[in-house]
Design a protein around this ligand. Structure first.
Ligand code: 5GP
Length: 139
């Protein structure tokens, strides 16, 4: 099933375009949490980052710092967050991969609840064994 970002990509609904290339599109968020809040999306219609092709991810990686520089220059912001949500419990509302660039000002920007624990050695080893096995098989 398509998302509203498919309609933005096809031009069926308008957007304030920041940047585009063959694989990437970027536009202003319609409900910014700070001035200059910008979205960066792959043209590839996948819900979550781990589902993307290497090509889409590489293109996003290439474009993201450039778009960040443009956002900073346009807004005068120095600090910013990049937010990327995967899944409804992780606050994803539009199920097409997107990266938020959110300028941080004294009174505007992303607020984060960060309940830090501590890494236990035994669990670290368990996690690493599973991750290394997956990565060794090609991810
Ligand atoms: P999520 O919670 O999925 O990470 O964020 C989705 C983002 O997409 C929200 O910040 C929301 O404001 C933005 N958004 C949703 N619909 C539209 C739209 O039609 N146009 C634009 N420009 N942004 C949208």
């Amino acid at each position: 099933m398509g998302t509203i970002f498919d309609k933005i990509l096809s031009g069926d609904i308008p957007s304030h375009r920041v940047y585009e290339d063959d694989l990437v599109y970027s536009f202003l968020d319609i409900n910014p949490i700070s001035r200059g809040h910008t979205l960066v999306i792959p043209r590839e219609a996948k819900a979550r980052v781990h589902e993307l092709s290497d090509e889409s991810c590489a293109a996003i990686g290439r474009a993201l710092p450039r778009i960040c520089r443009a956002v900073l220059k346009a807004t005068g912001a120095v600090d910013y967050n990049i937010l990327q949500n995967n899944g409804a419990p992780a606050h994803q509302a539009v199920f097409h991969v997107h990266f938020h660039i959110i300028p941080k000002f004294a009174d505007q920007g992303l607020g984060i609840g960060w309940k830090a624990g501590s890494l236990e050695t035994e669990d670290a080893q368990t996690l690493l064994a599973a991750m290394h096995e997956d990565l060794a098989s090609g991810g």
